[in-house]
Every structure is written in structure tokens, then in C-alpha cells.
Design a protein around this ligand. Sequence first.
Ligand code: SAH
Ligand code: SF4
Ligand code: F3S
Length: 444
Amino acid sequence: MTRKVHIKTYGCQMNVYDSQRMADVLAPIGYATADTPEGADLVILNTCHIREKAADKVYSELGRLAKLKAAKDGMMIAVAGCVAQAEGAEISRRAPAVDIVVGPQAYHRLPQMIAEIHRGAGRRLDTEFPALDKFDALPAASGATGPARFLTVQEGCDKFCTFCVVPYTRGAEYSRRAASIIAEARNMVATGAREITLLGQNVNAYSAEGPDGKDWGLARLIRALAEIDGLARIRYTTSHPRDMGDDLIAAHGEVPALMPFLHLPVQSGSDKILDAMNRKHTADEYRRLIDRLRHARADLALSSDFIVGFPGESDADFAATMQLIRDVGFVQAFSFKYSRRPGTPASAMPKQIAEPAKDARLQELQEELFRQQTAFNLSLTGQTLPVLFDRPGRNPGQVAGRSPFLQSVHVTGPLSLIGSVAMVEITGGSQNSLGGQLAHAEAA
Ligand code: SAH
Ligand code: SF4
Ligand code: F3S
């Protein structure tokens, strides 16, 4: 009998990858995926705990799902991801309709948990960090489709930035063996992937045994993956400035498949705040790192994350962040108001910043970042760029893809372009995307 599972994903790209893997784990026991919760036998919320708002969304969604479940016999609700890990017991208390709570390191056991419920066992909760490698327990074949895919190579974090829940929700740093990553990448390419983004909470801290028995870092892994026939593009995210080794910087200049776009979060431009955040580097060390990266790859485009209103952030500290943004120049960025997370050191710090001040700083920061982003997009007008087409465009007759710098590019062209890289002459741009026309027949 086929059953249906609907998976709703919140949070980061690693959750996107995990949601696909949950679908892969459930396929052999008869679950097909459904686009909506209505009509699904199992609804999984793959949740994010990073900021208060993200976590709150889960409870409001659970309220809606509880009504759906009451109206439908036999529907199951599961909460997975980082809220499951952080608030397992509280979820069961606040949302009695939830049948399964499963943490990010335990979801390969979903089939077993579902079977137990069918046998009449009560609600299931599994938030262990098992000794067993989750990745070894996942099926080799994936139902994923599409030219651009995510592949988790590293998970967890030992950095303990004072604002962040990830070390608690994802556990200690762990890197997958290179051979298993290469095998998964080959599978992806065999099923149509042209671009792979390597994922990790600290992806450039990657360190694991290579097929040669030696310890491989991220640069070595990227060089090996670049040899896979048919894989045109490699990206990685998210990296920490502290783990940007010489070999990885060099790879940016030497591996053509490694795209000239790097998301390298800095969070703040004030040394005092960076120290209070436990980021373990100064603003100038970040500037010098950017110089070295641009020396290796002149056209490298940079992206970052910023937090405004961290406890103790003065006007001068915020001004230092604005200065760093002007000095470096970012083509894209994510910026957030500091959100107090239970159990993190920063939540107990004095001098918490009032909400209106956070709002004002966020607005000023985003104005500058959006200005830089728009200026960068417009600066590409007249250039010809390789675009990996991965989806239909907004309007009929249009097709859309990504530039090397991760911008969305829209052109008039046939849907048959999806899955290939073609040269596009850029004719214009806005804050969020580029427009262009196909330059000539399909390129590499
Ligand atoms: N591992 C990555 C980031 C993971 S979280 C890194 O080290 O950069 C993604 C982003 O969410 C962070 O970069 C940070 O900007 C933001 N973030 C994390 N905790 C936050 C909090 N408590 N309040 C506001 N933003 C937060
Ligand atoms: Fe969180 Fe810091 Fe680890 Fe990034 S490096 S996941 S911000 S603790
Ligand atoms: Fe959120 Fe967990 Fe990712 S807290 S950002 S889903 S690692």
C-alpha cells in the first residue's frame, strides 16, 4: 500500500538535505511524497531553532496540523530537526498531537519508529546522538532530482559562538569519510546533478579519512570531486573564517569547477563584539583573509551573515560593522537582529539591546547591503556568463538558472536548457536577479 508523506522544511540548507534523506529513508517502506499536508498519512516538520521566530513558527504550524489530524483517521505528525533536538520533551507537552520527535542525528530510524507506532506503542522520541554513523545507515540511492543539489559532508560545531544554538542541536563536529561522499556525489551526477554544494555547519573544518588512508581536508575533497565527469560546479557552505586554510584559499585559484562565490560569515565588524561572540578573530584578520582570497581568485564574490544588537553593541561597534561592510563589499548577505536563545551564554549577558535600536540598526545595515548587492548585479551588464539552468522562468517561454556568483538569471529560452550550462549575455539586473539573452549554443 502506498502511503503519503508531506515534509515541510524550515531553516538552513542542511535541513533541505535532511528532508530529502528522510524521504529516501521512507520510500522503501511505501511512502511517496505529497506536496501538501492535506491527504498525507504522515506530516514531518523539519524544524529550525536558530532564532526565536523560527522556533515559534513550529508551534503555530503544529496547531493547524492538530486540527487536520483530528479530522482524519490515522494521520501521524512528526517533528524533526533542531527544535526536536532542543525541545523534545516540551514539544510533547505543548503539542500532544505529535506522534514522533526525532533529532537530526536519529532520522534514519524513522521507519522503525513508525512500525512501533503501528504496533500500538505510544508516542516516540529519539534525540540521541548515536555512535553509529547516520550516513552509513542512509540508502545509497536518493530520489533527489534537479541539476543543483546539496550534499552534507560535515555536521555539528565545536565553535560555541555565544549566541548560537547549533553546537547543542547538531552536536560535536563530525566529518564523513571522503569515499562515502565521493560515492554519493557520483550517484548525484549519474542522476542529473551538474552542481553540488557541499554542506556543513563548519564545512571548511572538514577533516576525515580519504580513500588513500590519509587525512583529507575540504580542499583535497574538492579537488577529488572536481574530477568527476559531468560535475560542472562545486560550492561549499557555511565556512568559518578561522578554518580558511592556505590549501582551501589556493583551491579557489586552481580548481575551475569551484565557483567564485564564497559565503563567509563575519557577524560583526567590532573587535569587542567579535570577542564577546567568541568568534576568535578580529575584524582586520577578516579583512586580510579576504585580501588573500581575492589574491587567489580576483573575481571572488563574497557573502556574509550579520547580527545586529548583540548584547553590549554600542553605536561605535555598529559603526565598525558598517565600515567593514564598506571596506569588503558584499554581493549578498543575510542579516538578523540578535535573538536571545535559551541556554546560550549571550542570553545571560548584561546590556541586552532594546528592540527599537535593533530595528534601526538592521534597517541601516540592510540599506547598505542591498545597495552593494544591486550595484554588483548592475555591474555585470554587458558581460557574458555561464549559467546553469535549473528551473522554469517566471513567465511562459522563460527559463532560469544561476550565475557563477549565485545570482538568479532569467532568459527567454526553451525548458530543454534545464540541466545544462549555457553562455548568457547579461542585459540588465535588479537587486535580486539578472536578465539576459542566450549568447550561443550550449557550452560545457
Ligand atoms: N555556522 C555558520 C552559521 C550558522 S547559523 C557560521 O558560523 O557562520 C546562521 C546564521 O544565523 C549565523 O551566521 C548568524 O548570523 C545567525 N544567528 C545564529 N544565532 C543567532 C541568534 N541567536 N540571533 C540572531 N542571529 C543568529
Ligand atoms: Fe553557530 Fe558559531 Fe558554530 Fe556557526 S560557528 S554554527 S555561528 S556556534
Ligand atoms: Fe536552524 Fe538547525 Fe540549520 S537551528 S539553521 S536548522 S542547523
